[in-house]
Write a protein that binds this ligand. Structure first.
Ligand SMILES: C[S@@+](CC[C@H](N)C(=O)[O-])C[C@H]1O[C@@H](n2cnc3c(N)ncnc32)[C@H](O)[C@@H]1O
Length: 270
């Protein structure tokens, strides 16, 4: 009897499993290749930013991004108990600043690049309310509703699927949470468009309206945007690869960065 039962059971699975899965075969194959493509894209981005970290560019970015980030911190209405995540945190300079603003709360920095996260850890010894995680924007390694606020500076246009990242942000925010994404590469500032060909990874050049639409699609309320000019004077001369010349840096900063924001419920912005 046991032998018969085994044979019948294995025969059942042998016959029906393949037959039952046949209609889904194409979907399964597509899902498999989509997953492989996703991991290949993530790997490329991770490797590129690991190189940036090794070259010390994580720390350099503080000087470039602080003048456009300070006005965002003012708008976020940060409170001492807030739990804040900085998505695409790089070497963690903003997380350390945020940790001082939420003495009774918590700050988590998340980044796809292991080397950025390693540097962020090393530079943040002695902070009791701050930690760092390796993770992708479209799979934030945190539970639903974990944070009251999310900020992301100069990272979102590198995400393989910005819409998926914004849906994840919505998931990890608490009921009254808010999200604040700041970027320098967007349609309305033509002086950064050349970055698309300079960057060694794929970038997404979207307009303010397109970013807003992604927020609304994810479920955000009170969605809006602002341009944040950078008051830093342009250098006298420039010979790098990201801008044509010093004049273009001046024009780029005059238009400024794009801030897109939204709340899980209506935001009471003054
Ligand atoms: C230009 S750097 C900005 C870093 C930091 N926010 C700052 O202002 O110094 C972009 C960062 O986004 C991270 N990043 C890119 N794609 C990501 C993704 N899909 N998920 C999480 N982090 C990502 C990179 O590893 C990198 O550290």
């Amino acid at each position: 009897m046991p032998a018969l039962r085994t044979r019948r059971r294995s025969g059942y699975f042998a016959d029906t499993t393949l037959a039952e899965f046949a209609p889904f075969r194409n979907i399964i194959v597509k899902l498999f290749w989509a997953t492989m493509a996703d991991s290949a894209t993530d790997l490329k981005i991770r490797n590129e930013f690991n190189r940036w970290a090794a070259a010390g560019r994580g720390e350099e970015m503080e000087d470039h991004h602080l003048p456009i980030t300070l006005p965002v911190l003012e708008r976020m209405q940060i409170e001492p108990l807030d739990r804040i995540v900085d998505l695409g945190c790089g070497s963690g300079w903003l997380c350390r600043r945020l940790a001082g603003l939420v003495p009774r709360g918590r700050v988590v920095g998340a980044d796809l690049s292991a080397q950025m996260v390693r540097r962020a850890h090393a530079l943040s010894m002695g902070y009791s309310n701050l930690n760092f995680l390796e993770g992708a924007a479209d799979k934030i390694p945190c539970r639903d509703g974990a944070f009251t606020k999310l900020i992301s500076v100069e990272s979102a246009y590198y995400w393989p699927d910005p819409g998926e990242g914004i849906r994840e942000i919505f998931r990890v925010l608490a009921a009254k949470g808010s999200a604040w994404i700041l970027i320098n590469y967007y349609r309305e500032n033509p002086h950064s468009h050349q970055w698309g060909s300079v960057a060694k990874v794929r970038t997404h050049l979207l307009s303010a309206k397109e970013w807003e639409a992604l927020f609304r699609k994810a479920g955000f309320a009170s969605v809006g945007h602002r341009l944040i000019p950078d008051p830093t004077p342009a250098p006298e001369t420039y010979t790098g690869e990201w801008f044509r010349d010093a004049g273009q840096i001046r024009d780029f900063r005059r238009i400024g960065a794009l801030l897109i924001y939204g709340g899980k419920k209506d935001l009471n912005l003054s």
